[in-house]
Design a protein around this ligand. Structure first.
Ligand SMILES: [Zn+2]
Ligand SMILES: [Zn+2]
Length: 342
């Protein structure tokens, strides 16, 4: 089969002819219909510090996809050939403390599809049955391929109630843009989007943001305090990982507010715990992955009902052979979500 592979340590990728994965007793083999490029894939492509420490080539990467089941293992019970499926990419062990207490997204033996195991930039991908998500047929493939990152946005936004709250989203990358739509669909009172790239801000407007702030033109702290009567926002969704944003968010979160952190900083950041967290009485959530499978039911509800439309952020649809072009567009921040097909 055709597959996108990191064949050796270092930047780049190769399109290779790889064997179709062999299905174990609990596995499901899926023929990929569409997949999409994640920021994680860009890290693997450019071979940054994180990739160099984590990725063990040869590896077929990619993890965001939708496809159709073509083969099932002997012990597979609830998935059948022909099913239209996507997958939870956190492959959890099922027997550690966290798995057994309802938190498999932070499993102690976690493996990530397309990072630690061969992934979905291929004609076929193998996934354990427990990770398969049967997908509503009314969701078209280019949107269904985005369910996994959309789940990140849903979990970040809805880890606590957001209805009738004022919300500041820092970072207009794809998941930040999705979280704007989730907040609006969930009845948020006012959503601010803080993002320095005009192209992404314009997508934020399409996703329903009420107030767009370009921090190179306006001071986000002044704007948000002014527009919330000096109080600050009820909720911050930190999707950028940028130090400036992280320092600013503490200045615009109201006392007793909630912060959800999804953006990953590239280095250690120094924070004034006493002033920013303790005396403000705020709550901070670290968001990793999705609630398995609570979040997936919510993603389906949003997409199948039409309450959230992800099509504005699908800026490019490419053939798999054009994947390097897609990587370059993402590196230059000239794209949001890029969906590919074979
Ligand atoms: Zn991803
Ligand atoms: Zn586990």
């Amino acid at each position: 089969m055709k597959a996108v592979m990191k064949t050796r340590p270092g930047p780049g990728l190769e399109i290779v002819d790889a064997p179709i994965p062999e299905v174990g007793p609990h596995d499901v083999l899926i023929k990929v219909i569409k997949n999409s490029i994640c920021g994680t894939d860009v890290h693997i492509y450019t071979w940054d510090e994180w990739a160099a420490s984590r990725i063990k080539p040869p590896l077929i990467f990619g993890h965001e996809f939708v496809g159709e089941v073509v083969e099932i293992g002997k012990e597979v019970k609830a998935v059948n050939p022909g099913d239209y499926v996507s997958a939870e990419t956190h492959i959890y062990c099922g027997h550690c403390y966290l798995c057994r207490t309802g938190n498999p997204h932070v499993c102690l033996n976690l493996k990530i599809l397309g990072v630690d195991t061969n992934g979905a930039f291929a004609e076929y991908v193998k996934v354990p049955e427990q990770n398969v998500w049967k997908t509503d047929r009314t969701i078209p493939p280019e949107v269904a391929a985005l369910q996994e990152p959309f789940g990140n946005a849903v979990y970040t936004a809805l880890v606590e109630d957001i209805t009738a709250r004022t919300v500041a989203v820092f970072g207009g990358g794809p998941i930040g843009l999705m979280s704007v739509a989730v907040a609006k669909a969930s009845g948020a009172a006012k959503v601010f989007l803080i993002e320095p790239y005009e192209f992404r801000l314009s997508l934020g407007e399409k996703m329903g943001a009420d107030r767009l702030i370009n921090p190179s033109k306006e001071n986000p702290i002044e704007v948000i305090l002014d527009e919330t009567g000096g109080l600050g926002v009820d909720v911050v969704l930190e999707m950028s990982g940028a130090e400036a944003a992280i320092q600013q968010m503490f200045k615009i979160i109201r006392n007793e507010g909630r912060i959800s952190l999804l953006g990953i900083p590239h280095k250690k950041i120094s924070i004034d715990f006493a002033e920013n967290i303790i005396f403000k009485g705020i709550r901070i959530y670290g968001i990793t992955g999705r609630r398995i499978f609570h979040t997936w039911y919510q993603t389906t509800a949003f997409l199948a009902s039409g309450k959230v439309d992800l099509t504005p952020i699908i800026t490019h649809q490419l053939k798999i052979d054009e994947i390097e072009k897609g990587m370059q567009l993402l590196i230059k921040k000239e794209a949001a979500k890029i969906v590919m097909e074979f």
